[in-house]
Design a binder for this molecule. Structure first.
Ligand code: ADP
Length: 413
């Protein structure tokens, strides 16, 4: 029994005892004793009540600040989880069992243009039947599942989709989408590359074998023998060029370059001198105004290869006219241009000519000893040197290839 609630009653009784003592003089002794007893009990009761009230206030205060601490802890954890989800290299969704969106990280919100992160059906957001099926399967089985999915909305992407149920209670699902478009593209490029290399190597090998067999069978036509042997040597040279170019390309792709200060005008000059005879034999004019003191930090052999491939192509793909070579400095970039008045390239081919083994005219490329790797090598080497390559061309009117590389003028001259 809680005796504290009798403190007011005790007070009233003490007051009544005092009144009795006042009005009934004969009972004054008993009344005085009752006043003292009831009064003391009441006083103790009030003191205890006050003490407990004070304790309750303090306890309430303590609990309140503890709850506030816990609340801010929860907010901190939630913010950390948000940051984690936003920093992941994947789109993350939290869905209820009806496949309505409860949460999307910022990567997912950005990709699908989700402004209000709540409530919409996953299918309405992604327009993907495959994702719908995957998530429905997980709702049904409560077992995680993953598959590769091609998204068509809002733009084409290949994603590795993974869906799994929340482990404890609530029937919610997680869905993550990791973009593997680039990876699949690289795999296709690599597959095509291997197929192309095999094809490029097999063709001359087949020719060599057929001719060697004919010679082995004892062909005694001397003229034919000489012709076949000449062809065998040309095909072997071709194989050598392909393997040399493949090696150059793989070095360019390895992404490291030992740079030294190079006089770019001098490099272009030496390539022009080297190719002058070839141009003359084709009846072409090769012109170059050599600039003085244009410096590029790079690998001299690789810079020479860039210039050689472009000037050589201009000669190979021109029947008449002029090949103009120029080198200038423009806003901290050395710009190298090769302009020809040759065959030109149709606009449908332009986006692909820097691809490995892409040729506009296979026969012409072969006849000029081309491997189909020259421009791919140029592109990779230029990028390796922090530059960029461009082309403008019109069919039957000629082409202009340009290369821009970080460079400067030699101030000591
Ligand atoms: P290739 O060894 O066949 O010359 P490249 O990679 O150097 O290989 O060039 C790819 C293709 O681009 C060539 O086969 C050719 O069709 C086209 N091409 C390159 N340079 C020129 C040019 N200056 N004029 C016209 N076509 C060109």
């Amino acid at each position: 029994m809680n005796w504290l609630k009798f403190a007011p009653v005790m007070g009233v009784l003490a007051f009544l005892a005092a009144a009795v003592g006042y009005f009934v003089p004969e009972a004054r002794g008993v009344a005085l004793a009752a006043v003292a007893g009831f009064g003391l009990a009441s006083l103790l009761g009030w003191i205890e009540t006050a003490r407990r009230y004070d304790f309750g206030l303090k306890e309430g205060e303590r609990l309140r600040s503890e709850i506030m601490g816990l609340e801010s802890e929860v907010v901190r954890h939630r913010d950390a989880l948000d940051d984690l989800a936003d920093g992941l290299d994947a789109m993350i969704f939290l869905l209820d069992q009806n496949l309505r969106l409860l949460y999307a990280n910022s990567r997912a919100a950005e990709f699908f243009g989700i402004t209000d992160r709540d409530g919409d059906l996953l299918k309405a957001i992604t327009l993907s039947d495959d994702l719908d099926q995957l998530t429905m399967e997980v709702v049904r089985t409560r077992v995680g599942s993953s598959r590769e999915v091609v998204l068509h909305h809002p733009r084409m992407r290949i994603v590795q989709a993974q869906c799994w149920p929340e482990e404890f209670g609530q029937d919610r699902l997680f869905l993550s989408l990791r973009d593997v478009t680039e990876l699949r593209h690289l795999e296709t490029v690599r597959r095509d590359f291997v197929a192309n290399v095999s094809h490029e190597l097999r063709t001359p090998m087949t020719t060599i074998r057929a001719m060697a067999e004919t010679l082995e069978e004892g062909e005694d036509d001397g003229e034919l023998q000489v012709r076949y042997l000449g062809k065998i040597i040309r095909e072997v040279d071709r194989l050598t060029r392909i393997t040399d170019d493949l090696l150059t390309l793989s070095i360019a792709e390895s992404g490291t370059v030992q740079k030294i200060e190079c006089d770019f005008g001098e490099i272009v000059g030496s390539v022009v001198t080297q190719l002058e005879k070839k141009a003359k034999e084709k009846g072409l004019t090769l012109s170059f105004g050599r600039p003085v003191g244009l410096l590029v930090d790079g690998n001299e052999t690789q810079l020479t290869q860039i210039v050689f491939n472009l000037v050589d192509n201009a000669i190979n793909y021109s029947n008449e006219g002029e090949v103009k070579v120029s080198t200038t400095l423009d806003h901290g970039m050395v710009e190298f241009r090769v302009q020809d008045s040759g065959l030109g390239i149709g606009s449908e081919h332009l986006p692909r000519i820097f691809e490995r083994f892409y040729r506009v005219d296979k026969g012409r490329s072969r006849a000029s000893g081309g491997t189909g790797l020259g421009l791919a090598i140029v592109k990779h080497l230029v990028e390796l040197h922090g530059g960029e390559v461009g082309v403008e061309s019109a069919l039957n009117r000629g082409s202009t290839f340009s290369v821009r590389l970080p460079g400067r003028r030699d101030d000591s001259l």
